[in-house]
Ligand binder design. Structure first.
Ligand code: NDP
Length: 450
């Protein structure tokens, strides 16, 4: 079949997806990218076509929408929306994070849940895909307000989740503090201590390296990509966006491996530290963001470096870019600027941080581009290891978990290479999409029309 015939099939498939899921732009974007890789593969493997696997995989098994009423510190009643998308359970219980951010809506969570299905499959661990969250904004809220909100959220969610059914974790706006409040309420409602959430504290069922896993994993993935050219992260200049969980631990690992991180950002702007963000400066960022809950601008005041209000860091000269903040944070123009300035590695800690046009620029330039569903799978992989440890009532050492994480990132890279190898470069987009698809699709075939 010709490329034009594939394009036509993708367009027809996407027209049906858009008609069925109106207004869900991010979901359309995520499905489109996957359909472009999969439709040619499915044509060559007609068993998937006959069983309508692609149509089924793009439809959530279940979507739960609920009201979250809570009372703020002034005694005023507040109401938020709560969601859980249970996307696919062919290879294991639903698994994926919770996002608390004012922009959260159904389309964003469906895109994240859809991506999660492929990502979880790539980890080689038995986890289905899910995602959830709320339009609640934790910024500026007191600890007590966050706790009351989390308790109300879990008062509905608890009836839909369980260690063998659906195991949520953190994402934007949901870190250790929120997971603690959510777990406490689940335990109280169910009267059982069980591994229903991952990202738990060390003393109450959490895994070592879980907080670090996404940022570390995205760095290991960059290293694997560099290895294909006989290179390493050592001595490379790295531009990172975000300053939350993923950005912090990517900074830590890049620095440890001998690279130099020169930027960090938040939704207000970015800092540019030419000398590199070393261990001591990173400790300052961690305190600023995780304890004081301040803005990245304060870093510039403290260390006397440049701060660019309202801007993203993609104009800064670097070898490696790690977008670690949010979706669609690199557009076509940014991608061109990065490449013009010498960047030739993009490892995505965030989910879908590059627009389709930016991805096109990477693929045309044949740079080392690791899409989020492969590069940031380290987080959910260690969540999977946390589930195993909870089931075993046992915990592995830091070294053991880190060693497993490194092996998983290598395996993910190998799958991308196997399914994405083209004449003169590795197409990691195709590799991750096809590699993630096969296991889920075969399980769906085996389980019948369900
Ligand atoms: P955090 O909430 O810890 O940090 C998010 C960071 O991104 C903050 O610096 C935040 O700035 C910034 N940010 C958020 N929204 C925007 C926006 N609209 N524009 C610009 N900056 C923004 O989240 P995580 O670090 O956990 O998540 C970051 C990304 O990584 C997300 O895409 C998430 O889905 C993905 N991811 C996370 C995993 C995990 O294990 N945590 C696993 C896999 C992927 P501000 O404080 O100003 O909002």
């Amino acid at each position: 079949m010709s490329n034009n015939a594939y394009d036509k099939q993708v367009q027809e498939f996407m027209a049906r997806i858009k008609a069925k899921n109106p207004g869900e732009d991010e979901f359309h974007q995520a499905v489109h990218e996957v359909a472009e890789s999969l439709i040619p593969y499915i044509e060559e493997n007609p068993q998937y076509k006959e069983a309508k696997i692609l149509e089924r995989i793009a439809e959530p098994e279940r979507v739960i929408l609920f009201r979250i009423p809570w009372v703020d510190d002034k005694g005023e009643v507040q109401v938020n929306k709560g969601y859980r998308i249970e996307m696919n359970s062919a290879i294991g219980p639903y698994k994926g994070g919770l996002r608390f951010h004012p922009t959260v809506n159904l389309g964003i969570l469906k895109f994240l849940a859809f991506e999660q299905v492929f990502k979880n499959s790539l980890t080689t661990l038995p986890m289905g895909g899910g995602k959830g969250g709320s339009d609640f904004d934790p910024k500026g809220k007191s600890d007590n307000e966050v706790m009351r909100f989390c308790q109300s959220f879990m008062t509905e969610l608890f009836r839909h989740i369980g260690p063998n059914t659906d195991v949520p974790a953190g994402d934007i706006g949901v870190g250790g503090r929120e997971i603690g409040f959510l777990f406490g309420q689940y335990k109280r409602l169910r009267n059982e201590f069980t591994g229903v959430l991952t990202g738990k504290g060390r003393e109450w069922g959490g895994s070592l390296i879980r907080p670090e896993a996404t940022g570390y994993g995205a760095t290991y993935f960059a290293e694997e990509m560099l290895k294909t050219r006989g290179e390493s992260i050592k001595g490379k200049t790295v531009a990172i966006s975000g300053s939350g969980n993923v950005a912090q631990f990517a900074t830590e690992k890049v620095t440890e491996m001998g690279g130099k991180v020169v930027t960090l950002s938040d939704s207000s702007g970015f800092i540019y530290d030419k000398d590199g963000i070393d261990e001591e400066k990173l400790a300052y960022v961690m305190h600023l963001k995780n304890v004081k809950r301040g803005r990245i601008r304060e870093y510039a005041d403290k260390y006397g470096v440049e701060y660019h209000e309202g801007k993203r860091p993609w104009g800064i000269k670097c070898d490696v870019a790690m977008p670690n903040a949010t979706q669609n944070e690199i557009n076509e123009e940014d991608a061109k600027t990065l490449i013009k300035n010498g960047c030739y590695v993009v490892s995505e800690g965030a989910n879908m941080p590059s627009t389709p046009e930016a991805v096109e620029v990477y693929l045309e330039s044949k740079i080392l581009y690791g899409p989020g569903k492969a590069a940031n799978a380290g987080g959910v992989a260690v969540s999977g290891l946390e589930m195993s440890q909870n089931s075993l009532r046992f915990s592995w050492t830091r070294e053991e978990v880190d060693e497993k994480l490194q092996r998983i990132m290598k395996d993910i890279h190998a799958q991308c290479e196997k399914f994405g190898k083209e004449e003169d470069f590795i197409n990691y987009v195709k590799g991750a999409n096809v590699g993630g698809f096969v296991k889920v699709a075969d399980a769906m075939l085996a389980q019948g029309i369900v």
